[in-house]
Design a protein around this ligand. Structure first.
Ligand code: ZN
Length: 372
């Protein structure tokens, strides 16, 4: 995810923090200081938020470690001001796997809550909830008691069936066994969007802007994932070679082409990204619209493609699965096009538009012999 930085790594999973999270800390520290006029008043909300987010990270590790056991690769966990996100390499295919991965998160909070309540009470906390983040956490015991309460909130809130929250994923998993992934996701995301709408109104009318923000996140998250599943179902069985632009239809350049020649191709052609090949037809890099435009606007005049091109471009073989293999690489790379190669030789190019068109084509007719 853009705009985030790494703070650690555990079990091969990177933990990252989005910079806006620091904004949230600064904001609450400022309000705390303003209300109390003391350093302690500024530090209390920071301590609560950091502790809460450690619990959120543990919740995400609950999901991630179970996913890892089920053979799904996890790239990272990112902390945003509205919560944590585990970046799974792929969505679990089996509904029962999704339910297991999903329940592991809230389960972590269910385990943590009584521990924190216990520690709080041992340290002399009164069993009451703070009314306010800034004045309600008076002692270390009360702080732990409050954390216990926050873990209950985390578990309960996440189990609301508002897809893509955990509860919504469980709902989808339960529906998918009978209705299939596509229909189940569509229903779950509709329900999620209804909840999002309600949260947004409640948040707005009640002055709880964090809830309103979470509602927006749920709304678009539900939409995005439903779209992804639709794409996966509709492109199932397609390979890269089914939809890519083949070599004769792909304009290439050589490292010795001049910048002016490429700029001309961008302006007068229909292609935005160009594979760079040597005289034997082997791929040596790629030059994208981004580099071309940056060079066009920079005062330095680059003389050749060699100086502008990307050389560490990911490639994909033509027989690779379109959704399972190519799309994740495309998304991870941040590129709009991938060179398709076979034994180092360029055989075509796969663009995001090609993938989009593939889902319009619909699933390939299966060779099952059955006719209807
Ligand atoms: Zn979760």
């Amino acid at each position: 995810m853009g705009g985030s930085f790494k703070i650690g790594r555990f079990s091969g999973i990177e933990v990252r923090v989005h910079w806006t999270f620091l904004l949230l800390l600064a904001f609450f520290a400022f309000i705390g200081y303003q209300r109390s006029g003391t350093l302690a008043g500024a530090l209390t909300p920071i301590a609560v938020i950091v502790a809460l987010f450690i619990c959120v990270v543990l919740h995400e590790f609950g999901h991630s470690l179970v996913a890892q056991r089920l053979g799904i690769e996890i790239h990272s966990i990112t902390l945003l001001p509205i919560g944590g996100v585990s970046n799974l390499e792929s969505l679990p295919e089996k509904p029962s796997d999704e339910v297991k991965i999903t329940l592991a998160g809230p389960l972590v909070n269910v385990v943590l809550a009584p521990i924190f309540f216990g520690v709080g009470l041992l340290l002399g906390a009164e069993p009451r909830m703070p009314t306010d983040l800034f004045t309600g956490v008076g002692s270390v015991g009360q702080f732990f008691f409050y954390l216990g309460y926050l873990n209950v909130v985390l578990a309960v809130f996440n189990l609301i069936p508002a897809f893509p929250l955990d509860g919504g994923r469980v709902l989808r998993g339960a529906l998918a066994t009978r209705l299939g992934a596509l229909r189940a996701t569509e229903i779950a995301s509709r329900v999620g969007q209804l909840f999002a709408f309600a949260f947004f109104l409640i948040g707005l009318l009640g002055g709880n802007f964090l809830l309103a923000l979470i509602a927006v996140f749920i709304f678009f998250g539900a939409n995005g994932e439903a779209q992804m599943v639709r794409q996966r179902e509709q492109t199932r069985g397609l390979s890269v070679s089914d939809v890519m632009g083949t070599k004769p239809h792909t304009e290439t350049v050589t490292p010795s082409h001049t910048f002016g020649q490429v700029l001309d191709s961008v302006i007068h052609g229909y292609q935005e990204d160009f594979p760079v090949v040597d005289e034997r037809g082997n791929l040596v890099g790629m030059i994208t619209r981004e580099e071309i435009m940056a060079a066009a606007h920079s005062p330095e005049r680059y003389s050749s493609v060699r100086e502008l091109m990307k050389t560490d471009v990911p490639t994909i073989p033509p027989q690779a699965d379109l959704f399972e293999d190519a799309l994740p690489i495309l998304q991870q790379s941040g590129l709009r096009a991938l060179p398709v190669t076979e034994n180092g030789e360029l055989v075509g190019m796969l663009t995001i538009e090609d993938v989009g068109q593939a889902s319009l084509l619909g699933p390939l007719p299966r060779k099952t012999g059955a006719t209807a």
